[in-house]
Design a protein around this ligand. Structure first.
Ligand SMILES: Nc1ncnc2c1ncn2[C@@H]1O[C@H](COP(=O)(O)OP(=O)(O)O)[C@@H](O)[C@H]1O
Ligand SMILES: [Mg+2]
Length: 281
């Protein structure tokens, strides 16, 4: 039986600032993340994605409702360490996540803090660096690496803690196209080969299209949830909340507006080309 590793129930949240309580940022979010799945969360800037991500390992606690990580209430302090071991976080800027001057020392940092025995750390660090394709760089200085390589080292640092779930908050936002591709391939591999649950927050349609499931947020609410094929067909709704759709869907949608008989669910380049070819036949 597959279990939900993260369960958000009616989550509401407002930041408290010096000026008082700010507006509602999460406005009744219900979300279940199934163990082993690869879920993308898409949404316009300010829609509450990062705030939601921080609820997934108790960096933030809900003002209303509740979040459960592997059945543990994040508001229960007794579970904090367990929750942080279960769900690892990767952030946007790799430079802020690198703490050591040698790649392998950087990856060893978190497990060392968890009190993992040295010989076990050696094995975990090697495995984590291999999993992200950075093993041959283990003795390099992190600051000399490319953005994509640094972000992969940051991911290795999280993997070395052996979390069951990794939440990545726009991990490719600061990377060039090569770095973006490297990081996305790494994430997909982790999910496919190690069964690690992945929650990928992104505003890139092409990245979201590669997930098993796509959740769309707008103004602190989940407004769509389904497979990328299902969700991207809701073109008008997505445009209404300031999002675009993948180029394939956009093309098919525009041609349909002109009255052509085309399917809207041909998401990959190949499917889209096939659909156009069939129409031309
Ligand atoms: N630390 C903070 N204090 C006050 N308001 C914040 C803070 N962080 C984010 N916000 C506000 O919360 C809203 C949602 O932000 P965020 O979760 O970062 O959205 P996203 O990641 O989708 O861009 C925005 O209006 C933002 O200005
Ligand atoms: Mg954000």
């Amino acid at each position: 039986m597959s279990q939900d590793i993260i369960r958000a129930e009616e989550v509401r949240f407002s930041y408290t600032t010096a000026e008082g309580v700010a507006p509602v940022v999460l406005d009744g979010v219900d979300l279940k993340i199934e163990e082993g799945s690869f879920v993308a969360v898409l949404g316009h800037n300010g829609s509450g994605k990062s705030t939601l991500a921080k609820h997934m390992n108790a960096i933030l606690l809900p003002t209303g409702g509740a979040v459960y990580v592997s059945g543990m209430d994040t508001a229960d302090e007794a579970h904090l360490l367990d929750i942080r071991r279960t769900v690892g976080m990767v952030f946007q800027n790799p430079d802020n996540q690198i703490v050591a001057n040698v790649v392998e020392e950087d990856v060893a940092f978190a497990p060392e803090n968890l009190g993992v025995p040295p010989e076990e750390i050696r094995r975990r660090v090697d495995d984590a660096l291999k999993a992200v394709g950075m093993y041959e760089f283990r003795e390099h200085a992190p600051h000399l690496l490319s953005g994509g390589q640094k972000q992969r080292v940051a991911i290795a640092g999280v993997i070395a803690m052996q979390p069951r779930c990794i939440v990545l908050d726009e991990p490719t936002a600061m990377l060039d196209p090569v770095g973006r591709r490297e990081v996305l391939t790494t994430i997909k591999n982790l999910n496919r080969t190690s069964g690690v649950t992945v929650v990928l927050i992104t505003h890139h349609m092409d990245e979201a299209a590669q997930a098993d499931r796509l959740v769309v947020m707008a103004r602190g609410k989940v407004i769509a949830d389904g497979t990328p094929k299902e969700v991207f067909q809701r073109v008008e709704e997505l445009k209404a909340v300031g999002l675009t759709v993948p180029e394939t869907t956009e093309l098919l949608w525009e041609l349909r507006q002109d009255g052509l008989d085309l399917p809207l669910d041909a998401l990959s380049d190949e499917e889209c080309a096939d659909a156009l070819y069939q129409l031309l036949q």
